[in-house]
Design a protein around this ligand. Sequence first.
Ligand code: SAM
Length: 258
Amino acid sequence: MTHNHGMYGDHAHYYDAIYHWKAYDKDAARLHEILAQAGIPDGATVLEAACGTGSHMLHLKQWYHLSGFDLSNDMLNFARQKLPGLPGRPGLAGLPGAGAGVKLFQADMTDFTLDRPVDALLCLFSSIGYIHPEDRLRAAARCFAAALRTGGALIVEPWIAPEDFIDGRPWLNTYDSDQLKLCRMVISQREGEMSILDFHWMAARAGAKEVERFVERHINWLCPRQTMLSVFNDAGFDCRLEPDGLMKGRGLIVGQKR
Ligand SMILES: C[S@@+](CC[C@H](N)C(=O)[O-])C[C@H]1O[C@@H](n2cnc3c(N)ncnc32)[C@H](O)[C@@H]1O
C-alpha cells in the first residue's frame, strides 16, 4: 500500500462522497450571520482560501461576490463543475451577488497576492492545520492580511486544539450508493504538537474488477488557540475565538484587519 495525498489529488473524486454528511448549507448560514455581525454586508467581496471542491461557496454565493483558491487543481476542477459561473457573468436580479460568477484559481495560502483587496476572507474545515511550522502560519497570516481591506473580516476554522485531541481513537467514515461504496478508517495518532492521520481507504466502484485500497497520511498542527490568535494578531488583525462555530469543538478565529 502506498502513502499519498489522494483525497485532494488523484482521489479527489471521493472527497464530496466521504464528506456527504457535512452540512455546508448550515455552515454558510452561520458564516453569513457572523459576517453580518462583523459589519460585512450582503454583496461584499469574499475570498475563500483552500476552498477545495467549493461546497461552502455553493451556498455562500447567494449573498456574496466570491472568489476562491486551493493548492490542488484536482479539487478546483470539482469546484469548477459545481460553480459554473464564469468571471464577469452578470448577477441575477434580487439578491446582491446571486448568480454572479465565482473566480477560482490555484494558489498556496502561504504565498499569494490579490489584484484588489476583499471585504472578507474565509479559511474553513481546518485547512489551516496543514500550515506548519509556525513561520509558515505567519506567512499565511501575512498573505491573509494583505488580501483584506482595512476593517475587513477574517474567519479561520482551526484544526483540533491540542487539549481536545484524542490519541489512539479509531474513526470510520462511509459512503454508500449504487455506483460507489467507500470505507475510510483511521486510528488517530499524536506526535508532539502534530496529529498523524493515516487514512485507510477501500473503494468499490460499479464496473470495476477489484476493490481499490490505498493509504494516505495527513500531518496537521494541533496549534494551541493562543498561538493562533497571537500569530493573526501579529499579522495585523484584532482576533477573538468564537466558540459557537461550525464543527463541534473547533470554534472559529474571527478577526478584523486593523
Ligand atoms: C479539509 S479540505 C477543506 C476544503 C474545503 N474548504 C471544504 O470545506 O470542503 C483542506 C483543503 O486545503 C487545501 N490545502 C492544503 N494546503 C494548502 C495550501 N498551502 N494552500 C492552499 N490550499 C491548501 C487542500 O488542497 C484541501 O482542498
